[in-house]
Design a protein around this ligand. Structure first.
Ligand code: HQG
Length: 179
């Protein structure tokens, strides 16, 4: 595995799911001291230091991470399972959003709706291609269409993360169709 992918996966793991594993302290908005991250990386022998971390933040294919303005703090932009409140702005969604999944989850999704599962939100995208890629992580992708405009008109909140992922709490079955 290329070292940048290894580093990106390690950062995702620590910043979203298991900060304790790296001895990291996460503030309520998900920020972690970059120096703590560098010390943790050194402990497990991941090379490259600050420069490698800055490169991953700049080059991560989905802009998963961000640095604070002064470069002292880092956080993942979404996808956490630890309790953080990122406060992305509530935003009017487009009429249709997409969700990528796989066949084995479809029956359950059409009976229970889309649920956040381990994460804080259901993740949706504004384009089919992204949804297909998300689904393809688990097998042959199935793309679902979500009637986001109608849900929003009924008062359900949608937020958009800094890297363009649409987030919402739940999507009831009546608002989901196969693409
Ligand atoms: C499914 C990655 C059964 C859902 C991606 C999904 C994304 C249900 C899985 C981001 C269900 C949860 C998030 C229900 C939902 N019954 N299965 N009622 N409701 N599911 O990984 O959306 O690379 O937590 O379809 O690219 O796959 O990490 O969510 O298959 O943007 O930055 O339960 O993670 O981004 O899986 O992926 P996940 P996701 P990063």
């Amino acid at each position: 595995m290329a070292s940048d992918i290894r580093l990106s996966k390690r950062l995702s793991y620590w910043l979203r799911h298991k900060p304790d594993d790296g001895n990291l302290t996460v503030d309520p908005a998900g920020w972690v001291d970059v120096d703590e991250v560098l010390a943790a990386l050194e402990r497990i022998g991941v090379p490259g230091g600050r420069r490698a971390v800055e490169d991953v933040v700049a080059e991560s294919d989905k802009n998963r991470f961000e640095l604070s303005g002064d470069g002292k703090l880092i956080r993942a932009r979404q996808g956490h399972t630890i309790p953080v409140s990122l406060n992305w702005p509530v935003t009017e969604p487009p009429e249709i959003l997409f969700h990528g999944t796989v066949e084995r989850f479809v029956a359950s999704i059409f009976s229970q709706g889309l649920k956040p599962m381990g994460r804080h939100h259901v993740h949706l995208s504004s384009d089919v291609g992204t949804a297909r890629t998300v689904g393809a992580r688990r097998g042959k992708p199935i793309v679902l269409r979500v009637l986001a405009g109608r849900l929003s008109a009924q008062g359900q909140e949608f937020r958009i993360s800094g890297n363009g992922v649409w987030l919402t709490d739940h999507v009831a079955p009546a608002y989901i169709t196969l693409d």
